[in-house]
Design a protein around this ligand. Sequence first.
Ligand SMILES: *[C@@H]1O[C@H](CO)[C@@H](O)[C@H](O)[C@H]1NC(C)=O
Ligand SMILES: *[C@@H]1O[C@H](CO)[C@@H](O)[C@H](O)[C@H]1NC(C)=O
Ligand SMILES: *[C@@H]1O[C@H](CO)[C@@H](O)[C@H](O)[C@H]1NC(C)=O
Length: 347
Amino acid sequence: MLSLWVYMLYCCVGYCSTTPAFMLDERSGRIPPPRPLQNQELEMLFKTRSRGLLNNESYPESRGDGWEENEADTIYDEDSGLTGALNGSETKKLPQAIIIGVKKGGTRALLEFLRLHPDIRAVGAEPHFFDRNYEKGLEWYRELMPKTFEGQLTMEKTPSYFVTKEVPGRIHAMSKDTKLIVVVRDPVTRAISDYTQTSSKKPDIPSFECLTFKNITANLIDTSWSAVQIGMYARHLEQWLQFFPLDQFLFVSGERLISDPAGEMARVQHFLGLRRVVTRKHFHFNPAKGFPCLKRLESNSKPHCLGKTKGRTHPNIHPDVIQRLRDFYKPFNKKFYHITGHDFGWD
Ligand SMILES: *[C@@H]1O[C@H](CO)[C@@H](O)[C@H](O)[C@H]1NC(C)=O
Ligand SMILES: *[C@@H]1O[C@H](CO)[C@@H](O)[C@H](O)[C@H]1NC(C)=O
Ligand SMILES: *[C@@H]1O[C@H](CO)[C@@H](O)[C@H](O)[C@H]1NC(C)=O
């Protein structure tokens, strides 16, 4: 026990201090131009995607989990092709609803589930308009959107919006009526999942323990490290509430989205003012993976599974570190439950 702490200390003093904390901008955010897809291509995409969402069997620790967000986002732009029938009444509109967060919370899963709804058209890639591409202007943003019929909702998701200070004011300037969806998940498991994803891309980053603490003896948690900072949900939400009333937000439980997708999707569809089309029949639970699979009822495509292979775990993190992180988040969670009026059950 003692030696473990000495090791951690050594590692933290010796290494972490020279390594810059990796921040929110990990992805290039490049967006492919919309292009109609042939059925065959579409099938290929689905196959590629499914692989991307699964763990790599031979390198169990090297991949993310079922909340994988980024892996395949940029190759996915189905909408322009799927319903590509020319119809003069189709136009590109700015999104009326946006999934604004959070990274590793389950935003990819939610977007995939929403795509099953005929009244929703969503951008597949993350546009990062309000945080990284704002200077390109609203017309650039609108151009990224899929064409929609009257009555269809246009949506996008960019999980970094929730934690970027400038974004609430910018979305408000576009439309003060924008509906905002936040998928949240236990901040401790979220942080670990975030770290796991990053370390799979950059295997030589310092350990989770090192990055978590500024000074482990003083129990000083590094709140500037993005993996820690993103989970301080109450703090981020307060920024948003300066621009939008609470009833314009829907907080989706990332845990329930996996354990009861149909139930959580009922809430989402209600919030968006949509018919309840996505229901139990769209999901079947894959016990081997511990994650739900999607069925596109209208097509013959194989079910598309989200997923973590059962038994795969995140890197071994000392239980004491996890406990300290739990204690750290407790007041933030409590405040978040209080503001949203919903106990997410993380404590
Ligand atoms: C798993 O990862 C290894 C190393 O990155 C790679 O060589 C192998 O092809 C991967 N397997 C699959 C199924 O992706
Ligand atoms: C175009 O879309 C509208 C609204 O859904 C529909 O009423 C109309 O029949 C469509 N026209 C064609 C040519 O498909
Ligand atoms: C860490 O905290 C301990 C106890 O408060 C203190 O004695 C030590 O100087 C701190 N180390 C650094 C590098 O700040």
